[in-house]
Design a protein around this ligand. Structure first.
Ligand SMILES: [Zn+2]
Length: 46
């Protein structure tokens, strides 16, 4: 699965749990002002 973050980064993962974990790590580091739920993260993934 890939997640294209609006900032231009691409987050790759093998499954949903991995993707959510990686995305939340990225969001904590790069976008600390905004919190995203699992549903929001999966909405951006495909
Ligand atoms: Zn980003």
């Amino acid at each position: 699965m890939d997640l294209y973050c609006p900032c231009g980064d691409v987050i790759r993962a093998d499954d949903e749990d991995d993707l959510v974990a990686r995305a939340q790590e990225h969001l904590r580091e790069v976008h600390p002002r905004r919190r995203y739920s699992r549903e929001e993260i999966l909405f951006f993934a495909y």
